[in-house]
Design a protein around this ligand. Structure first.
Ligand SMILES: NC(=O)c1ccc[n+]([C@@H]2O[C@H](COP(=O)([O-])OP(=O)(O)OC[C@H]3O[C@@H](n4cnc5c(N)ncnc54)[C@H](O)[C@@H]3O)[C@@H](O)[C@H]2O)c1
Ligand SMILES: O=c1ccn([C@@H]2O[C@H](COP(=O)(O)OP(=O)(O)O[C@H]3O[C@H](CO)[C@H](O)[C@H](O)[C@H]3O)[C@@H](O)[C@H]2O)c(=O)[nH]1
Length: 331
């Protein structure tokens, strides 16, 4: 029987791609999701338990029913701008509820846990690229809540032996290469899907948030990693824990930064025509540049990005959004 793993947030963008990858690797992904931003249609590779992560009885019963061996925790709120406007929503879900989830798991005897953290824990770059020992001084509540939970995990390991891998993703983008799932946030706030939607005529004109950053072309720089590569990083992290490996904190990125203007130019190339856009003010809470030093994940887990070149990212995102036009899912 395939070993079962509990995937909180498995109906979301990164969680659903990881479920596909987990199933291909011989695991049964059991999704726990309240569908606040996720989708029932995205849960295709295992059962969906529709509940909140803070529902202790459901967590305990699910672990027992499926003989769960480890948990992957994606469920969170994750928009920088929204976190500036409504920090309580972020502390409640990303810290309070996440702790209730971890407490229930610990009580069932689960001692292996993979956590979706973020490059937002670093804050303003002191130097680039950023390795895991870069100072962590988040400049928005989203990053602060993720850093708080990272700290809690280290304490939970010390007291209750909860071994964990903290994956600090840089910018997830792209879609499943087979077109089975993709990014479908409502509203969509991320650059690549917004650019693709604007290019397909299915969204509004793309806003370029900030043209006065201290970067070569004045627009903000990010490290975009394909969601399929991120999914593979989770399988590698899970295998590391199941083999008895120690707790780790690892960046997941490519080490290559691209500016918003560069993404826009690539988008025009891949789509075959210019993308309608307008220059806008900076978005509150956005740092100028985030680029990973991803050497540790290569060293510790043997992980290498395979699909994270910008062409593949934009091409798979565009294929997904084109397929959804009129299908009533994304767009
Ligand atoms: N998208 C990125 O670029 C990015 C970058 C770094 C880190 N992350 C982190 O990765 C994780 C997944 O991000 P995503 O882009 O797939 O987001 P998403 O919104 O698509 O997925 C989150 C999922 O969690 C579920 N959820 C949220 N709160 C819940 C709760 N209390 N109980 C049960 N289910 C709940 C939602 O319904 C959704 O299905 C998040 O933890 C996010 O902070 C994302
Ligand atoms: O329509 C848009 C959307 C975004 N941007 C710009 O593009 C860059 C990337 O923005 P995204 O919204 O795509 O991603 P963020 O960098 O804000 O955040 C993402 O990556 C972070 C880690 O780097 C976090 O973890 C977070 O969860 C995740 O949403 C930013 O400079 C943003 O200002 C635009 O110019 N126009």
């Amino acid at each position: 029987m395939a070993p079962a793993v509990l995937v909180s947030g498995g109906a979301g963008y990164i969680g659903s791609h990881t479920c596909k990858c987990l199933a291909a690797a011989g695991f049964l992904p059991v999704t726990l999701d309240n569908l606040s931003t996720g989708h029932r249609w995205a849960v295709k590779w295992g059962p969906l338990i529709e509940a909140d992560i803070a529902d202790r009885a459901v967590v305990m019963e699910t672990v027992d029913r499926y003989r769960i061996v480890a948990a992957l925790h994606f469920a969170a709120h994750s928009l920088v701008g929204e976190s500036m406007r409504d920090p309580l929503k972020y502390y409640d879900n990303n810290v309070t509820r996440a702790l209730a989830f971890a407490a229930a798991l610990i009580d069932t005897g689960i001692d292996q846990f993979v956590f979706s953290s973020t490059a937002s824990v670093y804050g303003m770059p002191v130097h680039l690229p950023m390795a895991e020992d870069h100072p962590t001084r988040p400049i928005n509540p989203y990053g602060a809540t993720k850093l708080a939970f990272e700290g809690a995990l280290r304490d939970l390991q010390g007291a209750y032996g909860l071994r964990h891998v903290i994956l600090r993703y840089f910018n997830a983008a792209g879609a499943d290469g087979d077109g089975e799932i993709g990014e479908a946030h409502e509203p969509e706030t991320h650059l690549i899907p917004n650019m693709v939607l604007a290019g397909l005529g299915a969204g509004s004109v793309l806003d370029i948030f900030g043209t006065d950053y201290p970067t070569p072309d004045g627009t903000a720089i990010r490290d975009y990693v394909h969601v399929g590569d991120l999914a593979q990083a989770h399988v590698a992290a899970l295998r590391h824990l199941l083999a008895g490996g120690e707790s780790l904190t690892l960046n997941v990125g490519t080490g290559k930064g691209l500016s918003v203007a560069e993404i826009l130019a690539k988008g025009a190339e891949v789509l075959g025509h210019a993308v309608p856009h307008r220059l806008s003010a900076r978005r509150v809470g956005d740092p100028p540049s985030l680029v990973a030093d991803a050497s540790a994940i290569h060293r510790r887990l043997g992980w290498e990005p395979r699909w994270s070149d910008v062409d593949t990212i934009i091409r798979t995102a565009a294929a997904w959004h084109s397929s959804q036009r009129g299908a009533g899912k994304a767009g």
